[in-house]
Design a protein around this ligand. Sequence first.
Ligand SMILES: [Zn+2]
Length: 85
Amino acid sequence: MTLCPHPDCHEELRGRNAFLCPNHFFILPSREAQTLIRLKVAATRSPHGDIREHLESQLVGYIQIAIRRAIAAKTPINQQENSCV
Ligand SMILES: [Zn+2]
């Protein structure tokens, strides 16, 4: 069982290519979400274990950045603290 990586979320991920729960998937800009889906599919389909692991670990970082950016975009500027992404 894998949980949604959003810090305020405890939803379980559903589906082989899911990397966020549906609620948080749609907070991402659509272009960014599509890029992450392509990377997730590439990682899932890779026949080589080491390449798959590498892509999955890259994806974890990209998803964290995308979530932080989406949260910051929703937060008024005067409430942001040290947001560098
Ligand atoms: Zn979520």
